[in-house]
Design a protein around this ligand. Structure first.
Ligand SMILES: Nc1ncnc2c1ncn2[C@@H]1O[C@H](COP(=O)(O)OP(=O)(O)O)[C@@H](O)[C@H]1O
Ligand SMILES: [Mg+2]
Length: 316
């Protein structure tokens, strides 16, 4: 659905996107992740046919984003970072206007407007002036706008930016429900968001791809460590004994309470030491009331990547 090859964008001599190459298959939800200024919005603007690249190539459903930008805009539902809503228009009126711009007419226009308003849960506010709506509703109107011409590909730039957790969950569920009919490329800086929603993640940093994989593989391939939490009852502090287990790098005693001691074990990511902890506890006669492993999150991957010297990238 998307084919990007050596895509580069320079603004006044400054390279915002630097020879980016990636593909997105039809039906995928791909998360575009990176710190502020990484080049996410620039890439998305190019892919939506709204800005030409400096060099390189980008195809959407086989169409060149620059030479066939009208065709590309028909295929793409683009929700820009700052959705340029017409603030003095009413929701339904605005969506009619947008649908008309995108070539819908007559019965189809009215029917489809009703449909996307339902889908994005803005039917109840259809007569309200956009400028008076909360941020969450505005985002949903912008999403309805992106969807209205039934695009194959949705490009959503920070769709949950500025929303509260309930609204974020609402958008997440909406995106999941859209995956059947659409391919989705979304950018966000909320890592949890990507973990929950996306099939694949493309991490970019300073205009270059740092990593591209499933969220699961990314967290697995991380060099960073995972944590194992143990809470046990023993006569004495057993930190030293836990530290002696293979794979354990460090043990932190987090609290003690009426003979119960809680430890956090920093462990090499690839090893699961929960069984060795249990075996040790059985052998020593400690009682255990909690034992769980906390795997590294995408956030850890992200921090590690951002911290890595450009010469020493953890991913090949
Ligand atoms: N219109 C523009 N003119 C000049 N520089 C820009 C423009 N838009 C973005 N940039 C610069 O390009 C880089 C990438 O920006 P952007 O694509 O917005 O990143 P992101 O969306 O990942 O935060 C940044 O350094 C930004 O300052
Ligand atoms: Mg941006």
């Amino acid at each position: 659905m998307i084919h990007v090859h050596e895509l580069t964008k320079q603004y006044a001599g400054r390279t915002a996107v630097d020879r980016l190459s990636f593909d997105v298959e039809a039906g995928e939800i791909v998360g575009f992740l990176g710190p502020n200024g990484a080049g996410k919005s620039t890439t998305m603007r190019i892919l939506s046919g709204y800005m030409p690249p400096t060099s390189g190539m980008a195809l959407v459903d086989g169409h060149d984003v620059f030479r066939e930008s009208l065709e590309v805009r028909r295929k793409v539902g683009y929700m820009p970072e700052m959705a340029p809503l017409y603030h003095d228009m009413r929701v339904k009126e605005y969506l009619h206007f947008r649908a008309e711009l995108k070539g819908l007419r007559g019965r189809d226009l009215r029917h489809r407007t009703g449909e996307v308003m339902e889908l994005c849960a803005v039917t109840d506010v259809r007569r309200r002036v956009i400028g008076n709506l909360s941020k969450g509703f505005k985002q949903r109107v912008a999403l309805a706008d992106a969807l209205i011409h039934r695009p194959k590909l949705l490009i959503l730039d920070e769709p949950t930016n500025g929303l509260d957790p309930t609204q974020i969950r609402g958008v997440r569920e909406l995106l999941r429900s859209l995956r059947e009919q659409h391919t989705i490329l979304l950018s966000t800086h909320i890592l949890h968001e990507v973990e929950q929603t996306c099939d694949r993640v493309i991490m970019i940093h300073e205009g270059k791809i740092q990593a591209c994989d499933t969220p699961r593989n990314l967290t697995r391939s991380l060099r960073a460590t995972s944590l194992v939490h143990v809470e046990l009852q023993s006569a004495t502090d057993v930190a030293k004994e836990l530290e002696a287990l293979p794979g354990v790098r460090k043990v932190m005693t987090s609290k003690t309470d009426k003979g119960w001691r809680a430890y956090a074990l920093r462990v090499e990511s690839q090893t699961d030491i929960r069984e060795s902890v249990l075996d040790l506890a059985t052998a020593k006669g400690w009682r255990i009331r909690e034992l769980h492993r906390q795997l590294p999150t995408l956030e850890d991957v992200f921090v590690e990547l951002a911290a890595a010297d450009s010469g020493a990238r953890p991913f090949g």
